[in-house]
Design a binder for this molecule. Structure first.
Ligand code: FES
Length: 125
C-alpha cells in the first residue's frame, strides 16, 4: 500500500492510522468531488490534477459543502462565494474565505480510496 500518512511533525502523533474506505478509485474521475462522513467528520474527497485529496467538507467562510464546488488543477472552488482552496494545504487562495480548511491523509490501496481523519495531509505546512 502506498501511503500518504502524515502526523510525524515535531512532537508528532504516534497514533496508528485509521483508514476508512470512501469509494472505488475508478469511481473518482478527474475533477470529481465526493462528500462523505467519517467518524462524524464531513469529508470531501477530490481527484484533481491527477492526485487524490481529502479536506473537510465545509467551507471555512460559511457552513456549505465544498464537495458541491468545482475542482481543477489541485484547487476546489466554493460554490457559494467563489473562494478557492488549495487541496494539498487547505489554504484559501482567494477571498472571502481567510481561514484554511483541515486536510486529511488519503491513500489508494488497490482500487480503494482510503481516508484517515485522525491525520493531516503531510503536505500541509
Ligand atoms: S461560503 Fe464558501 S466562500 Fe463563502
Amino acid at each position: 500500500m502506498t501511503t500518504a500518512t502524515g502526523g510525524s511533525a515535531a512532537g508528532g502523533s504516534s497514533v496508528a492510522p485509521r483508514w476508512h474506505r470512501v469509494c472505488a478509485a475508478a469511481d473518482l474521475a478527474e475533477g470529481t468531488a465526493i462528500g462523505t462522513e467519517i467518524e462524524g467528520v464531513p469529508v470531501c474527497v477530490v481527484r484533481s490534477g491527477g492526485a487524490v485529496y481529502a479536506v473537510r467538507d465545509e467551507c471555512s467562510h460559511a457552513d456549505v459543502m465544498l464537495s458541491q464546488g468545482e475542482a481543477e488543477d489541485g484547487k476546489i472552488e466554493c460554490w457559494l462565494h467563489g473562494s478557492q482552496f488549495d487541496l494539498a494545504s487547505g489554504v484559501p487562495l482567494s477571498l472571502p474565505a481567510i481561514e484554511p480548511v483541515p486536510t486529511y491523509a488519503v491513500t489508494i490501496d488497490g482500487d480503494d480510496v482510503l481516508v484517515d481523519v485522525t491525520h493531516s495531509n503531510p503536505e500541509r505546512g
